[in-house]
Design a binder for this molecule. Structure first.
Ligand code: CA
Length: 253
């Protein structure tokens, strides 16, 4: 079986060593997040994946799955589409705002529109229930190996127009001019530029940039957007941050 370049052999050694596809750098076991509300399926997958030697995390609804995908180190996500709360398509879309972790979607029936929606939002693969566990395991191996072979480019700078962020020093420049931003202003700007061309809701900005002490208090977002506009839009007479009425804010290319 060929899994692309890299000479990864899937034979299990006589000595019982762990095959390389299960390992991430540092020889830790690959960790798989299962987001599935049907307990029987979740348990079954957990047992099978653990038996294969993976480390497993489980979430039983969408928001919990999203939080685990965002806050834990996860190498692959198995994501059911029909979930209580936020559905799998939306969870996938939100994961993709900040991560390229491989995602395999599970669809309850052979629903073409679900598959298309899942792949459109950035899922790598999908399985239709009921499925053979061997097929899912094979697809997991493929996705993990593909991930290993694609080194994400490490960015030093983020640029948008004449605005440049230096990620290492966490500083921002407009042309040659260094901006004097506070820590939160910088973090808000970096998050918005990383997610450029996406409308970001106040809740989303609050959840990603602020600590939980501000939970639910989205006014703080408006205040900091105003600071950024004073320091960038108004100072340099440009239009960087747009308000999307009733939704939130966006930085466009
Ligand atoms: Ca379900």
């Amino acid at each position: 079986m060929a899994f692309g370049r890299g000479n990864i052999h899937l034979s299990f050694g006589k000595t019982g060593e762990t095959p390389p596809c299960l390992l991430r750098e540092g020889n830790e076991l690959a960790r798989i997040l299962i987001v599935e509300d049907e307990l029987k399926i979740a348990r079954f997958l957990e047992l099978e994946l653990k038996h294969e030697g993976y480390d497993v995390l489980i979430a039983s609804e969408g928001r919990q799955g999203l939080e685990k995908a965002q806050n834990e180190e996860v190498d692959l996500v198995i994501l059911d589409i029909m979930l209580p709360g936020i559905n799998g398509i939306e969870v996938c879309r939100r994961i993709r705002l900040e991560s390229q972790v491989p995602i395999i979607m599970l669809t309850a029936k052979d629903d073409v529109s679900d598959k298309v929606a899942g792949l459109d939002t950035g899922a790598d693969d999908y399985m239709t229930k009921p499925f053979a566990i061997e097929e899912l395991l094979a697809r997991i191996r493929v996705a993990l190996n593909r991930k290993k072979n694609v080194k994400e480019p490490k960015l030093d700078n983020l640029e948008i127009g004449d605005l440049k962020l230096n990620l290492a020093s966490r500083s921002a420049f407009y042309k040659e001019d260094e901006l004097t931003l506070t820590k939160k202003e910088y973090e808000l700007l970096e998050y918005m530029i990383r997610n450029k061309n996406n409308v970001l809701s106040r809740e989303q900005l609050l959840n990603h940039v602020w600590d939980y002490e501000y939970f639910g208090d989205t006014n703080v977002v408006d205040v900091y957007i105003r600071y950024l506009r004073q320091k960038i839009d108004e100072k340099y007479d440009i239009h960087l941050i747009s308000t999307v009425r009733g939704v939130g804010y966006i930085i466009k290319d």
